[in-house]
Write a protein that binds this ligand. Sequence first.
Ligand SMILES: [Zn+2]
Ligand SMILES: [Zn+2]
Ligand SMILES: [Zn+2]
Ligand SMILES: [Zn+2]
Length: 354
Amino acid sequence: MASDDIFTSMEYINEDSIDSNLICSICQKPFKEPVCTSCDHTYCKQCITRWLTSNKTKSCPTCMKQPLSTKELVQASRPLRNMIDQLRVRCVLCEQADLQRGNFLDHIDKICPKTTTGCQAADIKCPWKGTREELPAHLPTCIFEPLRPILGYLIAENNQLKKKIEQQANEIKKLRGETPEKIGTAAAAAVAVDDDSDAESIISSTSEMCTDDTNQKEENAIFVRNLPANVKFNDVFDFFSKIGRIKYDPKTQKASLFIFKNPNNANGPCAAKVTYVDKESASAAIGEYDQKHIPQWNTKLLVCISTRKKAHFKDAGKEHNEAKGTHEEPLTEQDKTPRTKRPHHSKQSHKPTN
Ligand SMILES: [Zn+2]
Ligand SMILES: [Zn+2]
Ligand SMILES: [Zn+2]
Ligand SMILES: [Zn+2]
């Protein structure tokens, strides 16, 4: 049972008399999974996480300390957790009262006669579901348990095959960046079957995968427009570092920050792509700077989540889509290789003609 469901199955006894130090100020209930902020305030983990991800201002709701990230949350102290575990609760399913909250999970998992449970043959696909007290009546009639030896074998074999397919799909994905020739041979080698038609269908689906990922959102990267034409790399870096840590790009051995000059006008506003180490920083940067006037550049910035668009070599300049913050990645030598489909070998070449 998921930890959230546990709390819907129990009621506190004398909830009004519970020490106010054990009550979460967001949900007004005793702490569920208590965590502490860096400013020493305690909340349920779910409550403060939801608060920080749904509010634009990432601050502690009690003291307004800014900025606060979910990464700074630490588990509350053991004495506090012990006090919460000792709270008295009642099971709403079976009505048993005077349980300790710390033992409630055990009650649901092992004892409660009204908890929904599955058959012991659920691992070999018996679909039976019922309460724990109904289970003894099902067991003698279960048609799955007697078939355990054969079903167990078939299911294990099936899982092995699924794993193999997954590994091969990942291998094909890895090869996507390489030349079309290499993709063709790798896909053909991956299937390792004699039937030409299978090999061909894998090769063509690999080519589709190559074009599939246009306009992919990069949630830890932002696209910034309306920067002045002469903006400096270091200034952009310092400015956006105030919000969060910018990712290091091992390829360029610099921060992952690209400035895009205006393709139509060298003196026109330019754009930049900044990649943070986490998506929280990217959304914080949008909250902080989108549509805001920035005195040091005397401009109103437009900031949005970056959308990666696969570079089409021909129209690199024209396809710059300002409205959506879509942009071209700077081309690397490898990207410049035109992606042409390698002509498939015709079947005649493998088989003697009559
Ligand atoms: Zn709460
Ligand atoms: Zn605080
Ligand atoms: Zn119960
Ligand atoms: Zn069964």
